[in-house]
Design a protein around this ligand. Structure first.
Ligand code: ZN
Length: 208
């Protein structure tokens, strides 16, 4: 299935919200919704070409779900019927620029929707496993950076689908980056970044 739209949920793990508090990012208990164009995707096997001279570029390791569709006003109880596949991806973020934009009340696209901003693993079929009990991790150059469990999400995947469907008619090929746990940090050219999780596969990229 080709990817149609990429929806992203921000501020969905309390420990990650807390680690950014010193940058003035408010912890108000509400998730943030933003989008990236599908042209940001970097499939496994291709290099992540990092932008130059843009300050810090952070990895955010996230569970990503692929939807079969769903349309408008999906109820939370039925939302997981819309899930076709699961994998892991990176919501790459220009952290310094994002902080500037946030503090000025400006949109985030420049910091979130740049070329190569959405490395995306290969989707695994959704086998009705509990999406709120998945452990996953991010290693950079073999060193553990992020370790999370989807049980820590503030907004469950089903709730995210329901929320998005109040604004958009969900279509086949829509994907959701579901937020990142603590441990975000910088990537630089030459780094190898690897994501893995039980039932979610193992996905690796080299940064140039
Ligand atoms: Zn994110």
């Amino acid at each position: 299935m080709n990817i149609n739209r990429i929806f992203c949920i921000g501020k969905n793990y309390a420990d990650h919200v807390a680690e950014l508090a010193h940058l003035g990012h408010a912890a108000d208990g509400e998730c943030v919704v933003f989008m990236k164009p599908a042209s940001c995707i970097v499939p496994v096997g291709e290099a992540i070409v990092l932008p130059k001279n843009v300050g810090s570029i952070h990895h955010e390791a996230e569970l990503v779900v692929l939807l079969t569709g769903g349309g408008r006003d999906v109820q939370v109880e039925e939302a997981l019927d819309c899930v076709a596949g699961v994998t892991l991806g990176l919501d790459l973020t220009l952290r310094d620029l994002q902080t500037q934009l946030k503090n000025k009340g400006k949109p985030w696209e420049l910091a979130k929707a740049f070329d190569c901003a959405a490395p995306l693993g290969e989707f695994q079929p959704f086998l009705e496993q509990d999406l709120q009990a998945l452990e996953f991790s991010c290693h950079v150059n073999g060193v553990l950076r992020q370790s999370g469990n989807t049980a820590q999400m503030l907004y469950s995947v089903a709730r995210q689908i329901s929320i998005l469907s109040q604004t958009w008619s969900l279509q086949p090929g829509d994907a959701i980056y579901t937020g990142t746990p603590a441990g975000v940090g910088p990537l630089v050219a030459g780094d190898t970044v690897m994501l893995e999780g039980a039932g979610l596969g193992r996905h690796e990229w080299v940064c140039t």
